[in-house]
Design a protein around this ligand. Structure first.
Ligand SMILES: [Zn+2]
Length: 245
């Protein structure tokens, strides 16, 4: 670190700046968690929507099957009616019994189709009920998701205005700090989780907690030069009333 004048005073400015920067850092960190949270809310809602879409598709398949059965039933009933009319025009007993058998066969087919149709209608009722229930649940989920997102938006606004306020306070202190010292403080701030200046605590760095050489501790207390931690590069200080060990 280049020679800095008035180290004692500079340390005090940095300490005041650190209080603000720590808070700004925590607020930014909190803000960074929101995009992921919003995405989780939206994708969970999207999954539920997919479930309803699948049930809707399932319903359409059943409805088409039912329609097909209806048409097939109508056609066979029409056939039965035609055959029954023809029955009276037949000349021989053999012809009559062959056609009667054919009619009976068609009627038997029809009752099978009718059974299928009843099952299909039951199935359709079940699916419709399920869709209605799921839509009701989805509506509630959508509402609660909206509320959750509103809470997040409100918090983001709050954070932004707090950061603006802290930044303005920061601007009052920053010009008093040596430019090169401020630049290196800010670099450490960004690399070390928002903490760039720390107190020496029982002979260790208050940031990374590594043991410090006694020489470094004494120099940090002396405040003739800017002293940094050899492990984490944070600026170290020890106030006059603080014990060295
Ligand atoms: Zn350290």
């Amino acid at each position: 670190m280049a020679q800095v004048k008035n180290v004692r005073e500079q340390i005090e400015f940095l300490k005041a700046l650190q209080v603000l920067d720590k808070e700004i850092h925590l607020l930014n960190k909190e803000k960074d968690t929101f995009p992921e949270k919003i995405q989780a809310i939206e994708s969970s809602l999207e999954t539920k929507k997919t479930g309803i879409k699948e049930a809707d598709a399932n319903l359409k398949v059943l409805q088409i099957k039912l329609k097909e059965n209806e048409i097939s039933l109508q056609q066979k009933e029409e056939q039965v009616r035609k055959l029954q009319l023809q029955l009276y025009q037949l000349k021989t007993n053999k012809e009559y019994s062959t056609m009667t058998q054919e009619i009976e066969g068609l009627k038997a087919d029809n009752s099978l189709v009718e059974e299928d149709m009843i099952k299909l209608m039951d199935g359709i009722d079940d699916v419709k009920k399920k869709i209605a229930e799921e839509k009701e649940i989805f509506k509630k989920d959508e509402e609660s998701s909206r509320k959750e997102k509103d809470v997040i938006s409100a918090r983001i606004k709050e954070i932004d205005s707090k950061i603006m306020q802290l930044t303005a306070e920061r601007e009052k202190i920053a010009p008093d700090i040596d430019k090169r010292l401020l630049a290196s403080y800010e670099k450490v701030l960004n690399n070390r989780d928002g903490v760039a200046i720390v107190q020496v605590e029982g002979g260790t760095c208050g940031g990374c907690h590594m043991s410090l050489p006694a020489q470094i501790v004494s120099e940090a207390k002396l405040k003739d030069n800017i002293i940094t931690c050899g492990s984490c590069s944070r600026i170290l200080y020890l106030d006059d009333n603080d014990e060295i060990n």
